[in-house]
Design a binder for this molecule. Structure first.
Ligand code: AMP
Length: 208
């Protein structure tokens, strides 16, 4: 099994680009953020443990994350590789991942910090189909979400007070992984401060 990693700060557009990559490669998206939000919503023990960390913009403990990943990788759709989104975020997570699967590409979406805050604060998604929108940069079409049942949803942690914490957490604990992956020769950075199609084109070119 060989997999890819989508890497970048919160609000870089990983979720949006993940949908494009899945469409083109068939690799299922494995988003630890999505799995944690589902666990919080369902009130599972993992959700109860993770909730406070997420609300504060801190990382959920590695052991919790690795438990979720190990379980997710047993599913049938993961047997030919997956696209990790928002994982790994720490050195121990990257080390554990290297034991589980081969990573062929780390696709980094680079966006300057000052753009992240405005991106995160206007973000919303469709609760029905999961498509991510932005009030200003990627608004919901006038005719509504193409899924036909638009349910506006905003993340509890998408607010100005949490975003600064999430950004410093990213710089302190996650960004150093870029060096690790660069040394392995599998790190590919793309300028994420452009329109969605241009970023998608560059990411797919790396995988071609
Ligand atoms: P995301 O949707 O990827 O922005 O993740 C939302 C929140 O979930 C993060 O701010 C963390 O609190 C938590 N989280 C998601 N993925 C991880 C991970 N790989 N390691 C630790 N915490 C995570």
């Amino acid at each position: 099994m060989s997999s890819i990693v989508l890497f970048g700060p919160p609000g870089a557009g990983k979720g949006t680009q993940a949908a494009r990559i899945t469409e083109s490669t068939g690799l299922p998206q494995v988003s630890t953020g999505d799995m944690l939000r589902a666990a919080v919503k369902a009130g599972t023990p993992v959700g109860l443990e993770a909730k406070g960390f997420m609300e504060r913009g801190e990382l959920v403990p590695d052991a919790v994350i690795l438990g979720l990943i190990e379980e997710r990788l047993t599913h049938d759709d993961a047997q030919n590789g997956v696209m990790f989104d928002g994982f790994p975020r720490t050195v121990p997570q990257a080390e554990a991942l290297a034991q589980i699967t081969t990573i062929t590409h780390v696709l980094a979406i680079e966006v300057p910090d000052e753009r992240i805050v405005e991106r995160i604060c206007g973000r919303l998604s469709c609760g029905n189909c999961g498509t991510v929108y932005h009030d200003a940069f990627n608004p919901v079409p006038v005719a509504g979400c193409p899924c036909g049942a638009f349910e506006p949803k905003r993340r509890a942690d998408d607010n100005e007070s949490t975003v600064n914490n999430r950004l410093s957490t990213y710089h302190e604990q996650t960004a150093p992984l870029a060096t690790w992956y660069r040394d392995l020769g599998i790190f590919h950075a793309v300028n994420g401060d452009r329109d969605i199609d241009a970023v998608a084109e560059d990411l797919l070119a790396v995988l071609a």
